[in-house]
Design a protein around this ligand. Sequence first.
Ligand SMILES: [Zn+2]
Length: 281
Amino acid sequence: MNREKRREAVERQKRRARRERRALLLILLVLAALIAVGVFLLHEKSPAPSPQSTDTGSARPSQASPQTTAAPQETEAPQTTEAAETEASTAASTEASPEDESWKLVLVNATHPLPEGFTVTLKELRNGHHVDERIYPELQQMFDDARAAEIYPFINESFRTAERQQEIMDDYVASYEAQGLSHEEAVEKAHSLVAEPGTSEHQLGLAVDIVAEYDADSTATWQWLKENAWRYGFILRYPADKVEITGIDYEPWHYRYVGKEAAKEITERGLCLEEYVADAG
Ligand SMILES: [Zn+2]
């Protein structure tokens, strides 16, 4: 009897242990399933906030009601990462600035030809002219502000290829020859007025010749530019009092982009680009 009772007790214990093991297994299985579902949901959810975050401004008002519970958390988190990203990118650009800024101050004149292998990404203007795409926003702003001040500027010369520069030179030579000058005389006279291909600032895409629209008198336009162009990063490139340094006659229409910082200093100190570059270097 005693032995049987003991065996029964042992059996009961074993059964209980088996039941407990089974229960533990079940709990483990349920936990595993929950974790799996959780991981799946996280993966499903994480791409969702990013399309929202890219246009938070416009998306937020219309989507506010269906997503009231999720919105505060989800919109805040992507915003901070976005902010961090823009901070990082501006930090990177200011770090790289000494290299990046140099294109603005490239000196091209009779003794400083276009850099070897020079290339430029152009932006086409409405009237078919082209400029370096990096100066376009400030050029556009300058024109917008001029128009707001009832000044109507017009670009009649901008980026030129070396071939175009050669054509202009050839045209000048031909016209002087037609006037009766010898070829040598015509070439000499043309060279005093037109830059040799490879030495024209127009080949940089950073120079624009600006006159008044509709063939009007350009005096007021040039006066406005003289006073305001520096605010947009442009300088009067060939001032009347710098002819001996620039080697180019006064050209009230020719403006060169150098960036806001340099334009301000050049204008304030009454320098020409040759002087400014010599000072800086
Ligand atoms: Zn010019």
